[in-house]
Design a binder for this molecule. Structure first.
Ligand code: SAM
Length: 325
């Protein structure tokens, strides 16, 4: 069995005490990320919570150490990286210079912060991988605000499981460092093309105009205490529907629906494909806060998403997790 090499910076990380693992040890499979992806792409492989959790934590490790992709990485090693990430913004003892690993994690902190919310990330990934799409020869999918690229990877696995022969899986990311890092990992693992672009700009989608879009993932959703308009979710959807028009209603989306709360009207407003993910006219100028999503046919509050996977994270390791919303 191959084990991952010791990577630059891990010498420092070894000093961090603690023997809690990031997921329950019995769930960890001694297989490489590449092998796990291959397996999940095979339609007969069951999409278990364990398989999805392995994918997320191994992808987190590979985002920092891309050369680990074909190797088996011990759970202990992965856990150490989560521990280190949770200490990213602590002062270094005695003002010591940061290890190269810590410097790198700082550069791509936002994407890692998404991945390090393991239960929420795994829940979203599971929902995407499990989607059954109407058959057609080719697949065109967009992951908007692709960040770490984990949802783009989930889309690729889903497209493979659905048997599409030709797969065009495109991640759009406005932030340069994230776009470059994710593009490189997506190319290495051959799951998609990442383009640095602003998804509010119709020119981003013009090369694909008049094509059938099979799947759109758009997670540019503000936090539950922030106004909906703080992120570009509705504006991006406006652009998408302006470019692709009515046929886009029959595409599959993540989220399937977004609920936003109007404190003034004390009402939840539904944003979904039929309304181009825009609030109905009566609420077009209302102050709205993201509240929940429809996922796997269930309505789940954003801050409670992934709770059904909490059992997989040992109590003592919860402090290493971040929060998407
Ligand atoms: C909440 S994060 C989503 C992360 C991603 N789904 C993941 O799991 O890593 C939102 C991402 O969208 C990007 N973004 C925000 N507005 C955008 C826009 N107008 N066009 C493209 N990307 C955008 C941000 O830079 C950020 O990386």
């Amino acid at each position: 069995m191959n084990t991952a090499r010791a990577y630059n910076g891990l010498e420092l990380l070894r000093l961090i005490p603690g023997n809690e693992e990031i997921i329950e040890p019995h769930l960890h499979t001694p297989t490489s990320l590449i092998r796990d992806i291959d397996r999940l792409c095979t339609p007969s492989t069951p999409i278990t919570d364990g398989a999805v959790l392995n994918l997320v934590i191994k992808y987190f490790f590979a985002y920092v150490h891309p050369s680990s992709c074909p190797h088996v990485v011990r759970l202990e090693e992965i856990t150490r990286l989560f521990q280190a990430f949770s200490q990213l913004n602590d002062k270094t003892p005695g003002g010591r210079p940061r290890s190269r690993t810590m410097q790198l994690m700082k550069q791509v902190e936002f994407g890692l912060r998404m991945l390090a919310d393991v239960p929420k990330t795994a829940r979203i990934v599971r929902s995407i991988i499990r989607r059954n799409l109407p058959p057609s020869e080719s697949f065109l999918g967009f992951d908007i605000g692709t960040g770490s690229g984990i949802l783009l990877l989930a889309m690729y696995i889903m497209a493979r499981r659905n048997g599409f022969e030709k797969i065009e899986n495109i991640g759009l990311e406005v932030e340069d460092t994230a776009a470059r890092r994710t593009r490189s990992l997506a190319a290495r693992l051959e799951f998609g093309l990442v383009i640095k672009a602003n998804a509010k700009d119709p020119r981003t989608f013009l090369p694909y105009k008049d094509r059938k879009v099979n799947f759109v993932s758009n997670e540019t959703i503000a936090g539950v205490t922030q106004r909906l308009g703080k992120e570009d979710f509705t504006e991006i959807n406006q652009t998408l529907f302006n470019v692709f028009g009515k046929p886009l209603v029959s595409s599959a989306f993540f989220p399937e629906r977004l609920y936003a709360f109007s404190p003034k009207d004390k009402i939840s407003v539904q944003l979904e494909p039929l309304t181009r993910f825009q609030p109905l006219n009566a609420f077009s100028s209302a102050v709205l806060y993201p509240q929940g999503i429809r996922i796997e046919g269930q309505d789940v509050p954003l801050d409670r998403l992934g709770e059904d996977l909490n059992w997989a994270i040992p109590d003592s390791s919860r402090r290493y997790l971040t929060r998407r919303w």
